[in-house]
Design a protein. Structure first.
Length: 506
């Protein structure tokens, strides 16, 4: 692939004004799919699912199969619309969005077009320095997801260069809500940060509503970032590109900055921008062309003839409104105050997308500092090494069980890290792992004294140093005992026993 010319980011913003917009797709975690009774894989553990097992005739587009609307998915969609500050339509309709692709068995997608379930909203987003930005929401509409293609034989995993492709229809028909913003202007250097903060806010929102697992690494939450540039002083919007399915907060920010630099270089040289979808490449930090971006007319929308309009009664809407949780901005500010974290420590949790995990861990009884330590420390390190999200490795309940063993004195930090790694590898609960591996802290004085005597025999001058007031000399013996007992000794008790030996002379 030929090298792409990029303009310096600051220079690009001197010449052009960026306009951005976001389309966020949220997979709803209902038990069954949007229009059939097939199991919904978005609500299941992915490891349990074999390809093409969560399907019905409707999912693969067999003739004669008819859709039936999932009531729970409609209620979840209304709840999300309300949380986004939207108006809820008394009557909304489904349409057919026509296009051909192998992962769409019917050759059309059931979606909503000109009559969405929710419209005209606004959501408040907090940037890293505490600045609040209101993001205008154009619409939130219901639709079904498409299937998934796996391209085999190529070097990149994409269709270019692949020998063949496999189709998995498990995801076909999964309930989706697509949230579409209006064009966002005026953020200048912070448009990338805004994108990251906005998608993080949506993730926290849908999790607090209990309507989606919102696991970006599994595609439960996907963001398409629209970027266009216009010369300074021009009112008309420039031609936009749509970077598809960016699947991490950091990548959203990077993709927006890259597109600004790429488009600015093209426009400054007298070229023009192609309206198209683009693919984000995490390894290179670049986008590449996808397909020409179709306008609505190209999809030949028309009302879905097999479904009646959805009528949302005012009673239903108000009952769902009464159940709404705190808005993410309000929740974050409350938690920061309650937990007593510094601005930097709290923001690092938000930026990592781990607020939900830390919050749930604290809510079931773990001290905030300990919850942050596990999720932002060891789990984030393991997740980064494996290229996954920390939330996919374990659960808040297991972190509490691990911390309980520490609080009870049965594990020290070293042993707890070993138990955590075994948990991640699927060896069982913390209690089961401790029992199977014999990892519990040794606090029996007899066993500790035997190890202390052996260490003192190798370094007999330590006791005299302690008697002379050099208590820090005990550290060498403690270290030797911990090494001999493979980290399982109770270090505090070892220190007490060494000092007792020095004081009694025995």
């Amino acid at each position: 692939m030929a090298a792409v010319e990029l303009m310096d980011f600051d220079k690009a913003l001197e010449l052009f004004e960026p306009v951005v917009g976001f389309e966020v797709h949220v997979e709803l975690s209902t038990q069954t799919k949007m229009f059939s009774n097939a199991p919904n894989p978005a609500a299941m553990e992915q490891a349990q699912i074999a390809p093409n097992t969560c399907i019905t005739p409707l999912c693969i587009g067999l003739p004669g199969s008819l859709p039936v609307v999932n009531k729970t998915a409609v209620e979840y969609s209304i709840s999300l619309g309300l949380a986004l500050g939207c108006e809820i339509a008394a009557v909304s309709r489904f349409s057919r969005k026509n296009y051909f692709y192998p992962d769409l068995g019917k050759n059309y997608q059931i979606s909503q077009y000109d009559e969405p379930i929710a419209f005209e909203g606004s959501v408040s987003v907090e940037l890293d320095d505490g600045t609040l930005v209101d993001i205008p929401i154009e619409r939130a509409h219901m639709e079904e997801d498409a299937g998934k293609l796996t391209h085999v034989g190529g070097a990149t995993g994409r269709i270019q260069g692949a020998e063949y492709s496999l189709v998995d229809y498990n995801r076909a028909g999964v309930p989706l809500v697509e949230i579409v913003t209006k064009p966002i202007e005026g953020l200048e250097h912070r448009v990338g940060e805004l994108g990251r903060a906005y998608v993080s806010t949506i993730r926290d929102m849908v999790r607090s509503l209990g309507i989606s697992n919102a696991r970006m690494e599994r595609g439960n939450l996907r963001c398409d970032a629209n970027v266009s540039l216009r010369p300074r002083g021009q009112k008309e919007y420039g031609t936009r590109t749509e970077t598809k399915n960016v699947n991490s907060f950091r990548s959203i920010e990077r993709a927006i900055r890259y597109e600004i630099q790429r488009q600015a270089a093209i426009l400054a040289s007298g070229g023009s921008i192609t309206q198209e979808t683009r693919h984000w490449h995490e390894d290179t930090g670049a986008t590449s062309p996808g397909r020409p971006k179709s306008d609505a007319d190209d999809y030949r929308y028309f009302p879905e003839p097999d479904l009646l309009p959805v009528e949302a009664s005012r009673e239903l809407v108000e009952s769902l409104r009464a159940k709404l949780p705190e808005q993410p901005v309000v929740l974050r500010r409350r938690l920061k105050s309650q937990w007593g974290f510094s601005d930097g420590d709290f923001q690092s949790i938000v930026n990592a997308g781990l607020l939900s995990e830390v919050h749930e861990t604290v809510s079931i009884g773990v001290e905030p500092g300990a919850a942050r330590k596990w999720w932002m420390g060891e789990l984030s390190r393991i997740a980064n090494d494996r290229g996954v999200e920390p939330g996919s490795l374990t659960t808040p309940a297991d972190i509490k069980a691990l911390q309980d063993l520490i609080d009870q004195g049965r594990l020290n930090d070293k042993l707890a890290r070993e138990v955590l790694l075994a948990m991640v590898e699927g060896e069982g609960s913390p209690e089961e792992i401790v029992a199977a591996r014999g990892l519990e802290v040794v606090s029996d004085d007899g066993a500790l004294l035997a190890a202390i005597d052996e260490a003192l025999a190798a370094d007999p001058g330590v006791l005299e140093k302690i008697r002379e007031g050099k208590v820090q000399a005990a550290g060498a013996i403690i270290g030797a005992v911990m090494k001999a007992m493979r980290g399982s000794a109770d270090a505090a008790r070892v220190r007490e026993l060494i000092i007792e030996r020095a004081q009694t002379g025995s």
